[in-house]
Write a protein that binds this ligand. Structure first.
Ligand SMILES: *Cc1c(COP(=O)(O)O)cnc(C)c1O
Length: 856
């Protein structure tokens, strides 16, 4: 085990004695190509070297695919060098580390980002040009790894970029799903799902760590030895194998690691005897069973399937990341034996749980400290609760994780014992210090035994009770946590609750996604420091009326619009007018996000244009309304919405009276790469969730940063974006979060009077205007005053009139080009707060208590 203990990407000989490096013989051999070139000539030689000496294809071919892989491997050399230097430096300096645990990462393509962060874009572009390729085309060869569903996963990836850029000592932990989020195809039938095989060839960015393999146990039982010590034994054992993906910071040597785990069966599970005896199936069964665990990404909510598999995934992630062999061993390894004390762990290790998915980190850490290290309960509890912190991402009741106690007891018997004890001590604590809360204990407890036939474990409650910090992801959301979802917990521990408004990385989402706009910003601010100090964008405000800036700004926008128009034609065959208003709503398809509200207003617009005579039509602002996003395969209502959008597009785009004034496009397979094309081209973006339901949203930040105006409700981070960009630069509509419960009640009581325009649009859909698909169940969900299930639970009908009004204001504003451009500039100028650098600095200071540790 010993060599594996240096589980940090560095070589032991180096760390102990940086001057000599017997472990790396290659240093004695003159390199054929410079390993980490910085000029075009050196880079070209290095790329050729990889094409020839680490070929994954015939070494005689150098087509664009080979160009990509050899370019990526060349870049990887530089990343590995910096990554080794980083962890070597961390090991010497011994700072406190943050370990960010997340079931999802939505990394997007890595090449452009790596080159940009390393400052090598020009050198590589010139080198590839010498070799006969455009960097732009080479970049397109990369698969977009989608190891996440949406915002939560993308947040984790933005955070890693900021952690590296801010030189913070950090690790990201996740799972290596073989198939990430499905690939979406749009056909006549609507959305179809196909497996997305991001590893089809291989990923040049991951480094398999054959030296880091940990045992993971499932099932089994708890054994008690004569002196009362409990230990989890038996059951099944498999292995977690580490893969490391280097994450470079921007303009710094610091390069951190995203460590993703793959489940493997131990070699003995391959039953060679059975195989030789001809029982092939039997021999491979166990093998496959293990490998299945990381086969697919679990769709966040909306599905009941595969619960046991999901729980196995969660435990694998927590156990492998935390195990004595990883986080804890690294800690142990660095303490000299005589001064070793577990009590010091919280001074060196912080663990952040991205939502409740990694909750099992809590009982797992307790188990390791108590059963394996022999600590007492009190001591283990003090250490655990000062190490772990929890971020809540949703208040939707159906998305709050609850696990069956029966299932969990079978899979993780010792953990259920520990959870039960935590729950028991929580009951005792409440009785002692807050007897007034005793009657509410049923709801606050971790174990929910209210249904004897279906006892549950409430993961959110376990997180709140066990963590030293609980945070929401936007001010409004954190307020809702304090006042509603966790109100009683808040009254118990007011200091535990914090807000950390989300952010996005300005590198990927502005600097690299829109080089044109970035160059203009740099020119007018006379510095590119804004890329790491986004507040500097406020410097643009003074020039918002300047004609010269306005015309440069418009030109950059047009370039981005042309790029998107070209992409749309490629993937959908639909031609759009680059002079029209580009109106974009891209995000997962969900009833609460209300793509339905958007498409209903599009239908209304279509009807109105149609009813006018040709002269009057001239008053309409030409618009291209774009939708994109994936509906979970089992979420029928969301899939109907996708179908409706495409059916409406079919009718509108082929109507000769209308199609020059209105186009409706569904952009297939929304992912990070699509977002990078769509967002910089957008002029208006839609963030129109029912107030109180979108915890933060992060695409609203990406859009605002790119000068796209927002039409939106007072929900999530919209509230803060509106404050920052100015209310005159935000198209607000809709009910406020605090009005929602009352409005739902009015509906139930039959008091809601729908707007005639809303009734008109629903009737139009029911009339079959968009084909013979049965939209009954979809339109029924909008009928108020009860009778139909939840009766327009998301208040589409209530918000419809104020939404139409806000849309008219958009049209008016767009007619005045100078005014619109000024608003767009002010939107970018006001987006400084929404850098993930700001978010991460706040986590580092307020929750993790960690400090920068920059590689010299
Ligand atoms: C930013 C992003 C999201 C999150 O979008 P929201 O509108 O905040 O829900 C989802 N998917 C991708 C690919 C993203 O880049």
């Amino acid at each position: 085990m010993a060599p594996a203990l240096v589980a940090n990407g560095s070589v032991k000989a180096d760390a102990a004695n940086p001057g000599s490096s017997p472990a790396i013989p290659s240093r004695a051999i003159p390199p054929i190509a410079h390993p980490t070139p910085e000029d075009a000539f050196g880079v070209a030689a290095n790329i050729q070297y990889h094409a020839q000496y680490s070929p994954h294809f015939s070494p005689f071919k150098f087509e664009v695919e080979q160009a990509f892989f050899s370019t990526a491997e060349s870049v990887r050399d530089t990343l590995i060098q910096r990554w080794n230097a980083t962890y070597e430096h961390f090991q010497k300096s011994d700072p406190k580390h943050i370990h960010y645990i997340s079931m999802e990462y939505l990394q997007g393509r890595a090449l452009t980002n790596a080159l940009g962060n390393l400052g090598l874009t020009d050198a590589y572009a010139a080198a590839l040009y010498k070799l006969g390729y455009d960097l732009e085309n080479v970049v397109e060869q990369e698969k977009d790894p989608a190891l996440g569903n949406g915002g939560l996963g993308r947040l984790a990836s933005c955070f890693l970029d900021s952690l590296a850029t801010l030189n913070l000592p950090a690790w990201g932990y996740g799972l290596r799903y073989k198939y990430g989020l499905f690939k979406q195809l749009i056909t006549k039938k609507g959305q179809e799902e196909y497996a997305e095989d991001w590893l089809e060839k291989f990923s040049p960015w991951e480094i398999v760590r054959h030296d880091i393999v940990y045992p993971i146990r499932f099932f089994g039982k708890v054994k008690v030895d004569p002196n009362g010590r409990r230990k989890w034994v038996g059951g099944e054992q498999l292995q977690a194998l580490a893969y490391d993906i280097p994450i470079p910071g921007f303009k710094t040597k610091n390069t951190i690691s995203l460590r993703i785990w793959e489940a493997k069966s131990p070699p003995r599970d391959f039953n060679l005897a059975a195989f030789n005896a001809g029982k092939h199936q039997e021999a491979v069964d166990l093998h496959f069973k293990a490998e299945q665990i990381c086969a697919v990404l679990y769709p966040g909510d909306e599905t009941e399937d595969g619960k046991l598999l999901r729980l196995k995934q969660q435990y694998l992630l927590c156990s492998a990341s935390l195990q004595l062999q990883d986080i804890l061993t690294r800690f142990k390894d660095r303490r000299s034996q005589d001064s070793f004390s577990w009590a010091e762990l919280p001074n060196k290790v912080a663990v952040q749980m991205n939502d409740t998915h990694p909750t099992l980190a809590i009982p797992e850490l307790m188990r390791l400290l108590i059963d394996e290290e022999g600590l007492g309960w009190e001591e283990a509890w003090a250490i655990t609760s000062s190490t772990v912190a929890y971020t809540n991402h949703t208040v939707l009741p159906e998305a709050l994780e609850k696990w069956s106690q029966v299932v969990m007891s079978k899979l993780l018997p010792r953990h259920v014992e520990i959870i039960t004890e935590i729950d028991k001590q929580f009951h005792a604590l409440v009785r002692e210090i807050r007897p007034d809360l005793e009657e509410k204990l049923n709801g606050l407890a971790i174990l929910d035994n209210s249904k004897p036939d279906k006892p549950l474990v409430r993961m959110a409650n376990l997180c709140v009770i066990s963590s030293h910090s609980v945070n929401g992801v936007a001010e409004l959301h954190s307020d809702i946590l304090k006042k509603e979802l966790f109100a009683d917990f808040y009254s118990l521990w007011p200091k535990k609750f914090q807000n950390k408004t989300n952010g996005v990385t300005p590198r990927r989402w502005l600097r690299f996604a829109s080089p044109e706009l970035s160059a203009i910003i740099t020119k007018w601010l006379r510095t590119d420091e804004w890329v790491t100090n986004l507040d500097l964008l406020t410097g643009l405000r003074q020039f918002a009326d300047d004609n010269q800036l306005q015309s440069e700004w418009t030109a950059a926008k047009i370039a981005n619009k042309l790029r998107l128009a070209k992409y749309l034609e490629q993937v959908t065959g639909i031609k759009v007018d680059p002079q029209s208003l580009f109106d974009v709503q891209v995000k997962r398809i969900h009833e609460y996000k209300r793509q339905l509200l958007n498409i209903l207003s599009v239908i209304y617009r279509f009807k109105k244009i149609k009813e006018l005579n040709p002269e009057e039509r001239g008053n309409f602002v030409p618009r291209t309304v774009m939708f994109g996003g994936k509906a979970f395969a089992t979420y029928a209502q969301a899939k109907r919405i996708v179908k409706l959008v495409t059916d409406v597009g079919e009718v509108v785009n082929n109507d000769h009276d209308v199609s020059h004034l209105l186009k409706v496009v569904f952009i297939p397979n929304y992912n990070v790469s699509v977002a990078e094309v769509a967002i910089p081209a957008s002029e208006l973006s839609q963030h129109i969730s029912t107030a109180g339901l979108e915890a933060s949203g992060t695409s609203n930040m990406k859009f605002a940063l790119n000068g796209s105006l927002i039409i939106g409700t007072l929900d999530g981070a919209n509230v803060e974006i509106r404050e920052e960009v100015g209310e005159e630069n935000f198209f607000l509509f809709g009910a406020r979060a605090d009005e929602v419960p009352m409005l739902r009640k009015e509906r139930e009581e039959g008091k809601f009077v729908p707007d005639p325009r809303f009734e008109e649009v629903k009737a139009f859909i029911r009339s079959g205007a968009f084909g013979d698909y049965d939209y009954g169940p979809l339109v029924d969900s909008l009928e108020g005053n009860s009778g139909f299930g939840r009766g327009d639970y998301f208040l589409v009908g209530y918000d419809f009139p104020s939404y139409l009004e806000a849309q008219s204001k958009v049209d008016e504003a767009y007619k005045d080009k100078a005014r619109w451009t000024k608003m767009s500039i002010l939107s970018t100028a006001g987006s400084g707060k929404f850098s993930s650098d700001r978010t991460i600095s706040q986590y580092a200071e307020d929750i993790w208590k960690i400090q920068a540790c920059q590689v010299p």
